[in-house]
Design a protein around this ligand. Sequence first.
Ligand code: SF4
Length: 110
Amino acid sequence: MKKVGIIRCMQTEDICPGTTDFARAAAGEGAFADMGPAQIVGFVSCGGCPGKRAVARAETLMKRGAEAVFFASCMRKGSPIGMPCPHFEAIKDAVIRKLGEGAAVIDWTH
Ligand code: SF4
């Protein structure tokens, strides 16, 4: 079973416990379909706007065994309230730069 880390929107924490992220990862569905059932080794937030802490947190997730870093769908897609992160592309680019171009960085979960 692959190990993954998930980074989520801190602004969404109050209204979403991430239930669907855990369910999709365990079932190997949604964004996890290519890898099959996955074990979540860390589920952290971006640290709050504008999300700069996501870079260090992504690095920590990899150090803790994650083979891929997923951005929860609250970030790019704005789930569940339909309000995407205005900083998402900058956050994603910075995380990829830090982890390296070959790193598995997936920009949604479900
Ligand atoms: S930077 Fe984006 S993902 Fe992070 S709290 Fe703000 S809106 Fe949410």
